[in-house]
Each structure stands twice: as C-alpha cells, then as structure tokens.
Design a protein around this ligand. Structure first.
Ligand SMILES: [Zn+2]
Length: 360
C-alpha cells in the first residue's frame, strides 16, 4: 500500500513536470520568432557607439545582426565580441557575385560577367553604378568569391557567413521599381542577360552542342537557364562546405520565393545546401500589400518541406506603418517562418521597435 502511494506520488510529480514542460514549449512557440537586422559597418566609429547600437537592438527584441564589413575580416573580428556581449548573434554579410569596386577582381577584367550584347560588367554596369557582377563559372572569379567566404568563416564567434547578391544580375526588375528606371520589361532584354563570357559559352556548347550567343530566343532555352541556375548553386554548395569546415553555418538573402527568384534573377534557392534563407519579401517593391508577405513566405516554406533549411522572412521597413509592420510579422509567422529579418537596422523607427518588442 505504502509503495502504491509512493508510485502515485511519483506519477503526480512526473505528470506535473510533463505538463509544465508542455506549457513551456507552448510559450516557446509563441515567443519563438527569431528577429534579425542587416547593418553596414563603419570602421571609423568607436566601439562605444556600437555598444549603444547593439544594446538598443537587444533591448527591443532583436536576436541577431547581419554585419556587412565589405569583407573586412579585422573589422568583423572587432565588432563580433561587442555584439555578442550584448546578447546578439553575428552573421557575416557578404556581397557575393556582385562585387563593385573589388580591388583584386578589378585587376582581372576577364572575371566579370558579360551580357548578351557582349558587354562586360567590368566597364558597363547594368541598371546602377554599384552593379559589377562576376562570372560564377570561370574558375578564378568563382574561387575569388569562395576565398572571401573563407576569410569571413574564419572569424571567431560568428554564427554564419551570409551570402547576398548570390545570383545573376536582374533579368527582370521588381515591377514597382521599373518606373524609377523608366523601363518596360516585357521580355528578357540583352543588356540585362548574363553571362555570355567565353568560359560560360564554351562549357555550355560542350554540354549541349549549341551556342547561346546564336540563339534567336535564348529566353525559352531551358538548358541555358538551367546551366546558369546550376552555376549559382555550385558556388553556394561549395560555400556551404567551407563554412561548415570552420564550424560556421551558411545563410543567404534571396528573392521572395523560388519560382520568382528563378524568373527574375536565375536563383533557385530551394535546391541549395544552406542552413537559413532570408527571402527579401519586400512587398512595396512589387506593389503588394502585407498579405503577400504571407503568400510568399508560405510558398518558400512549402518548397523547403523536405529540407533542413530554415526560412526567415525579410521585411523592408521604411514604408511600413507600425500597424503594417505588425501585420507583416503576423503574416510571416502564420505562414511558418522561423523568424523575421528587418532591412535595415538604421532605418527602424522607435514606433517600429515598439512593435518588434511586443512580439517578445
Ligand atoms: Zn561567364
């Protein structure tokens, strides 16, 4: 009898513990969204100014910073312990295939991507002055990008190397940006179509026995597109190995959802080896409302269903009212995102911080 009472007591205690565990898990789920923000570092700023900035992020509910140091690993090594001390995770943000003003690459004009018009990004920049794309196929340019990834992966304390511009130049711009450039894009325009360099053309011809330079309608040649999707994937998969060799993860800023990324910038991120993707679901760029943030997030989540890759929704904060920002976060969460990343840290207003904090 005494034993039975003891067993019963143990059972009650255990059951209570399980219930508490379940409640905690429930609480964790509701507060579990990870919040990130992208920032661009300035080496001339004092440590104390970064302490203040990171403190502000942490106090307002952010968990991680993606820091662009323009691949300056010393600056990253300086800022990482400061951010970590304030309780933030650090991710090393790198502009991967688009490398404007890269002093080493500029010594090799043949590393740059070439348009269907035959013009190189070395001296002809599509759309904007900061577009200077490297070829992902040519051994040397590809290796240069991977060397930069490794340089950042070696920095102590960072969580991931974060690839940005890991794609081709936009063959189609977001519809909301077209008027700004006074452009109509009903088809693939040759000046925005890459890469037709000797290495890409030769390798494709060897594989598929036709010359992309001579195609009347290159926009409907599926193998030519697939060739380029695979070239970007190959860079990512190699970067993944490098990051993991240094016990770091690999993450990337990508276009809103895989088919859209494929269509606009030849980027098929659901097929990559990568730990986290942060799709830039910037609704205003596409003349969309906050409901579209839910739609695009759900699309990506479905495409990643059988993979370990986490999806964290990227939100462009400047045009959003506090109410819209709240809706955007709710949409991302309801659609299955593991977190939300805000672009960018310096643009988040006090009213917006209040909204972000309210989710924690
Ligand atoms: Zn090329």
């Amino acid at each position: 009898m005494k034993n039975r009472i003891i067993y019963l007591a143990i059972f009650v205690v255990l059951f209570g513990a399980c219930q508490k565990g379940a409640e905690q898990k429930q609480n964790k789920i509701t507060n579990d969204l990870k919040f990130w923000t992208w920032i661009t570092a300035d080496g001339s700023r004092a440590d104390s100014s970064y302490v203040a900035e990171f403190k502000k992020y942490k106090q307002n509910g952010l968990d991680a910073v993606l820091i662009n140091t323009h691949t300056d690993s010393k600056l990253l090594a300086r800022l990482t312990p400061i951010a970590k001390k304030e309780g933030l995770e650090v991710h090393a943000w790198i502009m991967a295939m688009n490398r404007p003003g890269d002093s080493l690459a500029l010594q090799h004009p043949d590393w740059y991507a070439v348009s269907r018009e035959g013009k190189s990004c070395y001296d002809t920049r599509p759309y904007v002055d900061y577009y200077q794309w490297l070829c992902p196929t040519r051994k040397e340019s590809r290796q240069h990008v991977l060397n930069l990834v490794e340089r950042l992966a070696k920095v102590k304390g960072i969580t991931s190397v974060h690839l940005d511009y890991i794609r081709f130049c936009d063959i189609f711009l977001p519809v909301g940006l077209l008027p700004k450039y006074n452009l109509v894009q009903n088809t693939e325009l040759p000046q925005f179509d890459f890469c037709y360099c000797d290495v890409c053309v030769t390798e494709f011809m060897k594989k598929h026995q036709r010359d992309p330079q001579k195609m009347k309608h290159s926009e409907i040649d599926m193998e030519w597109k697939q060739f380029r999707l695979n070239k970007i994937k190959a860079v990512v998969d190699e970067a993944y190995k490098i990051a993991h060799n240094h016990n770091k993860e690999l993450s990337a800023a990508v276009f809103p959802y895989p088919e859209m990324a494929d269509h606009m910038v030849r980027q098929r991120w659901d097929k990559w080896n990568i730990d986290q993707v942060l799709p830039m679901i910037y609704n205003h760029f596409y003349n969309e409302g906050t409901d579209w943030i839910g739609f695009a997030t759900a699309q990506g989540i479905k495409d990643l269903a059988n993979k370990k890759t986490e999806l964290h929704t990227g939100i462009y904060v400047p045009p959003l009212s506090p109410k819209e920002l709240k809706e955007a976060i709710v949409q991302a969460k309801a659609s299955g995102a593991k977190g939300v990343a805000f672009f960018d840290g310096s643009a988040i207003t006090d009213e917006q911080f209040k909204v972000i904090k309210s989710f924690k």
